[in-house]
Write a protein that binds this ligand. Structure first.
Ligand code: ZN
Length: 207
């Protein structure tokens, strides 16, 4: 989606650009959200939501900004790069939910808070630090099974999280993953939905 050529990702997510001209970001956001409205959580998203409800999953760590895990019903989601799920005023820090922002993004040029200042989604822009890294590291430390799903682990600091995992590590990913193979107990190169459908059957989990 970022590679459509219409928008320059370095510019969309550059905090200095946003402060200077938030309209460029919101033009992109209008297109992105238009597409996002047509994207549904996959079986894998739903599987992890059900796994959490069954008490077997302590939490999810993601670099995605699409909030599909929350849409699937997951509660404990640590989004290292934030997402559109929440936004806040850059002056008074008033929080706006995705459903509050949706009509603002779709209808107005640049969404503004009641106080008049621009609202910014809680997405990590270039030039900003990742969010909730401490929580992510704590989850990794406490896990007895840490599953790497659909990631090649190329981007730091997320790529370093398996180093904090105390228990076993499993990978479900098509393609190579940047990790020491001796740390990996199970390495599955399969379609995510096909694999987790089989796991759901095994666990008798209805997703
Ligand atoms: Zn405000």
């Amino acid at each position: 989606m970022y590679n459509s050529g219409k928008y320059d990702p370095r510019k969309i997510f550059d905090i200095d650009e946003f402060l200077r001209e938030p309209g460029y970001f919101y033009d992109f956001a209008r297109d992105f959200i238009g597409k996002l409205e047509n994207i549904k959580p996959t079986f894998t998203h739903c599987f992890f939501s059900e796994l959490e409800k069954s008490g077997k999953l302590k939490g999810l760590i993601t670099q995605n900004i699409d909030a599909l895990h929350q849409m699937a019903g997951s509660l404990k989601v640590v989004e290292l790069h934030g997402s559109f799920w929440t936004s806040r005023c850059m002056a008074c820090a008033r929080e706006y939910s995705y459903s509050q922002m949706l009509p603002k993004i779709l209808s107005s040029e640049v969404p503004r808070c009641g106080c008049g200042v621009v609202i910014k989604p809680d997405i990590v822009f270039y030039g900003e630090g990742v969010k909730r890294l401490g929580e992510a590291v704590k989850l990794a430390c406490e896990s007895d099974l840490f599953i790497i799903i659909g990631s090649s682990l190329e981007v730091y600091p997320a790529a370093a999280l398996p180093d904090s995992a105390f228990g076993k590590i499993a990978i479900v990913n098509k393609g190579p993953v940047n990790i020491k193979q001796e740390r990996v107990s199970l390495n599955v190169s399969d379609d995510l939905d096909d694999f987790f459908r089989a796991v759901a059957d095994e666990l008798k989990l209805v997703c």
